[in-house]
Structures are given as C-alpha cells and as structure tokens.
Write a protein that binds this ligand. Structure first.
Ligand code: ADP
Ligand code: ZN
Length: 437
C-alpha cells in the first residue's frame, strides 16, 4: 500500500529527533504555564521555576498531574497564560461527566490545531478532490469547527451540515457528491437505519470514507458500519482539553491510533497507583499538550482507558500508536458488586447479526439489589410479531452478555430504529440508582 503523509519529515521523524523536539517544546510549554495562575502555584510548589529546569523528558515526572477537577476549580481564567486580548476563540468540553471545562486559543494555537487535524485527514487517504460532509455538532463542541478547519486546510470541499435531519443529509450527499463524512459512530449507524427507511439506494451515493469518533465504539461496531454503509471507517480520537480532534488517529494500516508526539506527550498510568503502566498494559491516558500557548495543560489525566502498541507501524510513521479507547475509568458501573464496563456489553452484542444498530443499558435499584436491563433493537429482518424466534433471540443475547460480564441481565427487544438517538454523543447508559447508596 502507498501511504500518504502531509508532513513526511515530521510524521516519520527518527525517535531520537522526535524526543529532542518534545523536550524543547516541553520547556517552552512550562514557561508558558508559569504565566497561568493555577500553574504558577502548582509548579512553584513542585520546585519548578522555569522551563530550563526541565533537563530531560524524564523530568516530566517532577510535574504534578492536572485533573478535570483542577480545570473546573480554575474556571474561568485560572489556566490562561496569555493576555486576554490575544485569545481569539474558546471551546468547552461536552460535559458528559459534569460541568464543562473551557479551553482558550490564540491565533497561532488555532493554526497549529488545524494543522494536526489536516494531517489526520490527509493520512487517511483524503485529498483536495474529496467532498466532505461534517455531520457532527458545531458550536462549543470542538468536533465541528475542528474538523471543518482541518478539512478546508486539506482543500476538500466542506459541507458544514452538522448532525441530524437525515433526509437533508442524503440530499446533500447526492447533490454535491459527498465522498467523506465525519460523525459519531452511533450517528453513522442511525444514518444506515434511515437509509433503509427512506429508500435511499447506496448506489446513488458516492461515499468512500468516514471518520468516526467522540465516543467509544468496538471493532465489531466499526465492521458493522463498514459493511452496512460500504465505507472505510477511521477512528478519530481527541478531547477538548487537548484542542479537540487531531490528537490521535488511524492511518491506512488501521492498527491503532498514532498519537502526534510532536504536539503531545502521552503517558499511560495505572489509575490507582499512578505509576506508569507496564509495557502495553491498559491504563489511563495522561497527556501534555505541546502545541498550545493560550491554555497549556501539563500531565492532564484524561480518564480514558487505553494502552500502547509497541511494534512499528507498516506506514513508516514513528509516532506511537494507542489501542482503541474502550471508555473512561469513570464509565465503570458496579452492579451488585461486579465491575462492568458498558464497552463489554457493546462488544458482546454488536457481533450478533440479529441485533440492530442501537442499544441502551439501564441500571435500577430493585429492593436492595441492582437490576441491569439491556434494551436492544433487533435487525431489520427480524419480525416483532413472531414470538418464538424472538424469545430464542432474547435468550441468546442474555447468555452472551452474561458470559461476558457475569451479571445476568434482563434483555428487552425493540423494533429496528425505535430506540432514541441523540444528535451528539450517544447516551448508552441510564443509571437511575440513588447516588448516595
Ligand atoms: P466530554 O469529556 O465532556 O465528553 P469532549 O467533547 O472533549 O468532552 O470529549 C472527549 C472525550 O470523548 C474523550 O475524553 C473520550 O472519552 C471520548 N472520545 C473521543 N473520541 C473517542 C474515540 N475515538 N474513542 C473513544 N472515546 C472517544
Ligand atoms: Zn501507521
């Protein structure tokens, strides 16, 4: 395969040069950080008075972690390290797990961010002849404007459609010959359901590639989207605290997500001991951003769970790869004392052909016990009025889930396309248990 690079020199840079570049940028970032009220205090307490005090990448360990709580406590200006009049944009996180956090950008910050997103888009095989439909939320959420700017930088024709209204999405796809789309994986599955419903023929569309991110999804879900939509799906990872999209991305080898190490330092830690995770072990991703001056973040605990792949990538890029992000450490549900990650349930059911494109996990209190219900849609070919095969299917799903998580769930089957779909990130879990128990 012929791989394409937007900036081959940087993307394939020898590790030693890459690390030297990281050190130089880390020093500069620490200097910037010392101008922000939060870090002035935090870094001085750790004995770090200027970037020059960082002698090697190993010295990163001397810098304390920054948490989402720190960001919230520092709201609104505690992390700002340049004069307010030099800030030209702000974005916030989606607030999936609480109060949203805010990030500021200078003009140069925006240009650098755009460069990283463009690098990802181009690395997935797109070029200026592509037509790009950005079916993700615009506004405060970074996915919309971030991808928009990156796609323009590549020179693609950008259709800023945003999410929702599938009838209009299909019309835009046909009218302008859309070849590339960006959406959450759950919205892509919804698009496929709607395509069938609205009688849109796949042959009438020109789709080749999709970027899917902003929420966790399994390899089976990727495969399902690729087969149903006949489209090449690339996993895209980012978070607003680290600019947004453009942090880590799959190349055409699709075997993990290259994290752009000239812009970020990635560590994986054991979230309990805070020690580095050994080898390729799964742990919490900790990121330091090296490409932003307005609001630097050092050793930010993302709470996202992943691990490194160690082998070199056939594409020739030297930037390390992350495994598919399975979720956040705080996604974990404790059900009658058993730890369950929603991603385990997704993995178990999405491999089953008769299961449809959408599901919902409900956890409730019943007396003193927790009760888990998994509501899944059935595939379009499953008839809801024939109870014998339905009962057998329900039982098979129940057994598959139980084998994976050990908890015995109640399974509810719903008609194809009938469970609610959100425009932004999918809401997969409804936990109605009282919080203080
Ligand atoms: P919030 O943390 O409020 O959801 P963001 O909009 O910044 O705010 O979302 C970033 C988060 O979304 C990441 O920390 C991660 O948990 C999730 N995420 C983004 N892309 C992916 C992906 N490709 N795979 C899994 N999770 C992802
Ligand atoms: Zn690669």
């Amino acid at each position: 395969m012929k791989y394409q690079y937007r900036d081959e020199k940087t993307e394939c840079m020898p590790r030693r040069d890459l690390e030297a570049l990281q050190l130089e940028r880390l020093r500069r970032t620490v200097d910037h950080a010392l101008r922000a009220p939060f870090y002035r205090e935090r870094l001085s307490a750790a004995g770090i008075r200027d970037g020059g005090g960082i002698k090697s990448l190993d010295d990163l360990k001397r810098i304390p972690f920054t948490s989402k709580k720190d960001l919230r406590d520092g709201f609104p200006w505690g992390f700002l390290s340049i004069p307010k009049e030099d800030v030209i944009r702000l974005h916030t996180s989606s607030g999936t797990t609480g109060i949203p956090t805010t990030i500021y950008f200078s003009r140069d910050d925006l240009a650098r961010w755009t460069g990283y997103v463009a690098r990802c888009i181009y690395g997935a095989g797109c070029n200026k002849s592509d037509v790009f439909q950005n079916m993700i939320t615009y506004g405060l959420f970074t996915g919309g404007l971030g991808f928009h700017a990156g796609a323009e930088e590549v020179g693609m024709l950008v259709i800023p459609s945003g999410p929702g209204n599938t009838t209009r999405q299909f019309r835009l796809m046909r009218d302008f010959g859309t070849t590339v789309v960006h959406a959450t994986p759950s919205f892509l599955l919804h698009v496929e359901t709607k395509m069938k419903e609205e009688g849109v023929k796949r042959e009438s569309l020109f789709l080749k590639r999709a970027f899917a991110g902003a929420e966790p999804y399994s390899e089976d879900t990727r495969r399902r989207i690729e087969e149903l939509l006949r489209i090449d799906v690339y996993n895209s990872y980012g978070l607003s605290e680290m600019n947004g999209p453009g942090v880590a991305f799959e190349c055409q080898a699709k075997n993990g997500l290259h994290i752009w190490e000239d812009g970020y330092i990635a560590e994986i830690i054991n979230p309990d001991t805070l020690e580095p995770a050994a080898g390729g072990e799964t742990g919490e991703l900790v990121l330091t951003i090296l490409c932003r001056e307005a609001s630097p973040l050092l050793r930010y605990r993302t709470r996202d769970l992943t691990g490194f792949y160690d082998e070199p990538c056939p594409c020739g890029r030297t930037h390390r790869r992350l495994r598919r992000i399975t979720g956040r450490s705080d996604d974990m549900l404790i059900i009658n004392g058993v730890n369950v990650f929603p991603s385990q349930i997704e993995e178990a059911i999405m491999a089953m052909k008769e299961v449809g494109n959408n599901y919902l996990i409900v956890v409730e209190k019943e007396g003193v016990l927790d009760k888990l219900t998994v509501k899944t849609e059935v595939g379009p070919d499953v008839f809801m009025d024939d109870s014998r095969p339905l009962n057998a299917l329900r039982e098979r799903i129940r057994k598959t889930i139980q084998a994976s998580i050990t908890v015995n769930p109640r399974v509810e089957l719903h008609e194809h396309g009938s469970l609610p779909v959100s425009e932004g990130k999918a809401v997969r879990v409804r936990d109605t248990r009282p919080k203080d128990v």
